[in-house]
Design a protein around this ligand. Structure first.
Ligand SMILES: [Zn+2]
Length: 281
């Protein structure tokens, strides 16, 4: 019963969750894919060991791993360039061994070092909390409150059948706020980039104008209606308007310089966009 073909986006998501985020298979979520489908796809992509524990690690391969670590490689490099020779090791096997040999650093090991020590009875209270809040709070949010990694929260939720789907999580208040923050950041970056480009353009125009004034005799100028600056009357500084008239086409320079035209266009676009989304906000 082969299902829908896996898209490259789905494959990337699967690889990211297993390799980079080091999630266990039951923590992996791909919208529209069952746990069974996820497991078989992971096996097809060699992301998981299909016959666990079949091949003991030889001292040679372990020595190589240490060496690669010193050279600054990651388990993914080691896998992608088949640096271990025979026997074959999946990314999954290499990543796990990397961790067991304590070669991994960064997030995972830090969270392992900070591993929560449960007080007697605390875990039971936690599960009760999960039963009450799993529909309302995201794993990350719960983790923050309890000093747990998001993946730990997810794992315990899975054990007790309390895990919300990814789509449900995305609609939770905490997620929505996070998405809104991301959107705001993107907007801020856009504005900054736009302003950088504008300043650069302005500097170029000023330089070009003074060069023209220096080298051109009888240069016509025009004062921009908005910024009140005088610019050479050339296409570089003023857009041209075309108008069909009875005897052909009449062309004339606009009354605003290109900088001011661009600013107006941008403001206009923003207003239109805001008008569209205004009802939602
Ligand atoms: Zn202007």
């Amino acid at each position: 019963m082969p299902g829908k073909r896996w898209t490259s986006t789905e494959k990337d998501a699967l690889q990211a969750q297993i390799v980079q985020e080091q999630r266990s298979l039951d923590e992996v979520t791909i919208p529209g894919r069952t746990p069974y489908a996820i497991r078989s796809q992971a096996a097809r992509m060699n992301l998981i060991e299909q016959r666990p524990g079949r091949m003991k690690w030889s001292p040679d391969q372990m020595k190589l791993m240490k060496q690669y670590k010193k050279e600054g490689l990651t388990p993914l490099h080691v896998f992608e360039f088949s640096l271990l020779g025979e026997p074959y090791r999946s990314v999954w096997a290499i990543t796990k061994k990397w961790g067991r040999m304590k070669l991994a650093d960064g997030k995972r090991s830090r969270s392992m070092r900070n591993k929560k020590q449960w007080q007697p009875g605390e875990k039971k209270t936690f599960v009760q909390f999960l039963k009450k809040q799993s529909r309302r709070m995201t794993p990350e949010e719960i983790g923050k409150q309890w000093g747990l990694a998001r993946s730990t929260v997810s794992r315990i939720q899975s054990q007790f059948g309390l895990k919300a789907t990814r789509d449900e999580v995305l609609l939770m208040k905490y997620s929505l706020a996070k998405q809104e923050r991301a959107r705001r950041r993107i907007r801020r970056d856009n504005i900054r980039h736009w302003e950088d480009r504008r300043q650069q353009r302005e500097a170029e125009m000023l330089a070009s104008a003074s060069e023209l004034r220096r080298t051109t005799k009888r240069l016509d100028e025009r004062v921009c209606e908005d910024c009140q600056r005088s610019w050479p009357k050339r296409r570089e500084f003023f857009h041209i308007n075309e108008k069909k008239i009875s005897i052909g086409t009449s062309r004339y320079f606009k009354r605003r310089c290109v900088l001011c035209e661009n600013t107006r266009r941008r403001l206009h676009d923003q207003k239109r966009k805001r008008g569209k989304s205004g009802k939602r906000d």
